[in-house]
Design a protein around this ligand. Sequence first.
Ligand code: PEP
Ligand code: MN
Length: 341
Amino acid sequence: MDILVLNPGATEEQLKHIIKKLEGRGLQANISKGTERTIIGVIGDTSKISEDEENAIRAMPGVEDALRILKPYKLASREFKNEDTLIDVRGNIIGGRKIQVFAGPCAVENKTILMSIAQKVKDAGAAFVRGGAFKPRTSPYSFQGLGEEGLKYLAYVRKKTGMPVITEIMDPRDMEVVSKYTDIIQIGTRNMQNFRLLLEVGTAKKPVLLKRGLSATIKEWLMAAEYIMSKGNQRVILCERGIRTFETATRNTLDLSAVPVLKKLTHLPVVVDPSHGVGKWDLVAPMAKAAVAAGADGLIIEVHINPEEAFSDGEQSLRPDDFATLMKELKPVAAAVGREI
Ligand code: PEP
Ligand code: MN
């Protein structure tokens, strides 16, 4: 038994009683109050519940049915919650009709550069500014990010432009400082299965953007989302950013089929990062358009005013003019699939 569906007229008293019953069995209740009825996600090892017990719970006042979910992830599944999850970040809805664009440099380099990139992407129509302050670099000798100083620059830019910001967390010990400055917490591809980190951001009061692991299957990715959700944070955004394959012509292989697959399996918003997916700036625009056509709810795009001088990922960063052109070209693509950008 993984889900309890309550009667439309179930009372608060009955709900409390059911929660108490579950807690007495070492389980937790995740309450989802829909417009018509309340659904309880049963969190914990539900395999221990016997059939007799399940029948007894099904007969409790206020309970309409007790169901099992066949998927290993529950809270993330469409079986648990059929309607799309909408995530409101300072008035910008992620997962709705409007496709949200997150743009900015790979890394926060300094205040002036960040500010001028943010202003340009805002003028071109991006709603969010991105930029890493803690950078996961392959080499320990590469630029590792500015840390808290970089977070302060992001907060400054948010104040000046009004754009909400997204930045990556790499270590559970940075939870307090990162959530103090950012609007959305990003988990990078290398940390998709850093379970301690997932549990930590599961307690955050901010939405989490979870990038797909370099070699993760869609099921593993949804299980990672489940880790976050099991701690109470239901505001998870999935981000396809390319996976490792035998192909070397592109940095990664952008798996756009993941978008419609995820749309079937989960109610969570799905965004695509074509920049890390292809690794080359001239391939970003066609894949961004393809992502929108495939049904993505948003795009993350690296933009730099001077890509050849960028501290990281300059080769895949768009110049502001090219980004502005792309934003215009995306409009008819979005309209063709019933969306707007
Ligand atoms: C990034 O967004 O700059 C980043 C490091 O992405 P990923 O984790 O997808 O490599
Ligand atoms: Mn990058």
